[in-house]
Design a protein around this ligand. Sequence first.
Ligand code: ADP
Ligand code: TRP
Length: 336
Amino acid sequence: MKRILSGITPSSSKGLHLGNFFGAVKPHLEFQEKGECFFFVADLHSLNSVFSPSEVSANSKNIFIEYLSFGIDPQKTTFYLQSDITPIPYLQNILNNVVTVSELARMHAYKDKLQKETDSQSINFGLFSYPVLMASDILMFEADIIPVGEDQAQHVEIAREIAKTFNNRYGEVLKVPELYVKKEVAKVPGTDGLRKMSKSLGNDISIFEDEEIIKKQIMSIVTDPARIHPTDPGDPAKNPCFAYLNLLNYNKIKKEVDPTVIEMMDQYKRGTIGDVTIKRIMFNTFMECFSDARAKKRKLERQSDTISDIRTNGSKRANEIANKTLEKVKKAIGIW
Ligand code: ADP
Ligand code: TRP
């Protein structure tokens, strides 16, 4: 049975959005039925940008609960908080010697930050070493497949390189994993219709927010600007609602009498359907799709003992495996 591993960084209090769901959570859930899964909340990764202790703990607890609400099954999956697995930063420290500064300087996340930051000297080392921590997360569990969104693909590639360099130097110790990026949802567009959906760009639709906030986010989706009246012909490619409706499987859940996405796109081209109508359909579809997860989150938030048991059991199993790998690695490199 293949071993699948992935994680999510709790870098904001905003919680998970539609892009996170389709780019990360949903592919993870699909793997849950196919292999032996290891999923986790990467709280150590959030430390390069979240400096408030109360935010670090609130964000990671929130994402832990949201991830579970979507249907992570702790009976089938080893589900844990990254910081509970103390061998992970230990292995990161070892792997720091297997990667060069120039390899890390080529990473997009670092380069993007370098471009944005006026003072490049103020970028913390946690951000620079972020891919090494990620490599440690991955290699620790001898995973076969790493499903991630397109933006994380480069980090998985470097984890593969790190494993190969390590094995060349010390013998076949680490498993080289495969990258998996689900193509059709590789990049969920944002509500600005321009860039990928991202919480930091404010173009996201939050899954667990209050209904009114979600409604506002959906109503503010930027649609074809050339269309002033609902009777003006529009370009469906300039309205991300159609992409969202397809992702949400609207055609399968809609009522018989409702138009399909293709029919709506055709009406859009002819100017016989208004943007507000489409957004209303989008809002109703969204709320229907996520009503179970939203209800589950409200329930779990009141069950702190259950959450704490899940956390303890997951970390126990993850630590057992991690300690074994770390012992193998230490032996291979000459630490006794
Ligand atoms: P954000 O860009 O909102 O800060 P993160 O970087 O925290 O999101 O991403 C968490 C996970 O969700 C990653 O696996 C990432 O690939 C995925 N993801 C984020 N945004 C999108 C998107 N717009 N489309 C597809 N996947 C996404
Ligand atoms: N960096 C990933 C993100 O921001 C989360 C992550 C941490 C991860 N370690 C990982 C994903 C290992 C896959 C494998 O979403």
